[in-house]
Write a protein that binds this ligand. Structure first.
Ligand code: FMN
Length: 210
């Protein structure tokens, strides 16, 4: 097995990228890894926008406080959660399970009830927070997958969600930006963090074995 700890040490939140492309197959596998992330009840309550287009990246840069990785990278992934959820989303999911696993809808009635129960009574804000937690798990998958591919990334919360939603027309799509992942290649010459030691609390402090 490859030493993935080495790869995870190689990964760092890249501050400057060098305007070089990321191979299509690598980006596709990173996206696939994100799609393979688990979500609560399997609902996948978010959409992934893969923004390769340079003009669009330039357009959204101000909403992401002009962090240079947005334009210096090769792609920007925006994890956008559902603004709301109801029977329509639940039915679409249940119907897909029935079709793909070839099980009758009746056999999924209890599971459907569980999902409806989890959604019912939550405000849109509560739903969005719950959905964002799912998006962050997928973000983690993307970070690890990219590291294994030797592709650099920067996870980003440093953006103005309302401005980003506006720039991408997310409101019309019933979506809200939750977290952003810049994807590209590190600029060895200009990134002050390129050779910085990774700072983590010692395992003796961080881990408690019971
Ligand atoms: C959810 C999240 C949001 C972050 N937002 C930003 C950001 O907006 N801009 C940035 O340069 N780094 C951002 N970071 C990077 C962190 O500062 C970085 O991961 C942390 O300092 C640990 O360093 P390392 O990732 O290089 O090991 C973010 C990280 C996470 C996980």
């Amino acid at each position: 097995m490859t030493n993935y700890i080495e790869k995870l040490n190689w990964r760092y939140a890249t501050k400057r990228m060098n305007n070089t492309p990321v191979a299509e197959d690598k980006l596709n596998r990173i996206v696939e890894a994100i799609q393979l992330a688990p979500t609560s009840l399997g609902l996948q309550p978010f959409k992934l926008l893969v923004i390769k287009d340079a003009a669009t990246r330039a357009k959204i840069a101000p909403a992401i406080y002009n962090q240079p990785q947005i334009t210096e990278g090769a792609a920007v992934l925006v994890f956008a959660v559902w603004e709301n959820a109801g029977l329509e989303e639940v039915d679409a999911y249940i119907n897909q399970i029935a079709a793909e696993r070839k099980v009758p809808l009746e056999a999924l009635a209890d599971f459907k009830g569980m999902i409806v129960g989890a959604i019912d009574g939550k405000t849109p804000a509560e739903l969005q927070l719950w959905f964002a937690k799912q998006a962050y798990i997928a973000l983690g998958f993307g970070l690890v997958a990219a590291a294994l591919e030797g592709v650099d990334t920067t996870p980003m919360e440093g953006f103005d969600p309302a401005a980003l939603d506006l720039a991408l027309g997310l409101n019309e799509k019933g979506l809200k930006s939750a977290v952003v992942l810049a994807v590209g290649n590190r600029d060895e010459a200009n990134d002050y963090l390129v050779n910085a030691k990774k700072v983590r609390r010692p395992q003796s402090e961080f881990v408690e074995v019971i």
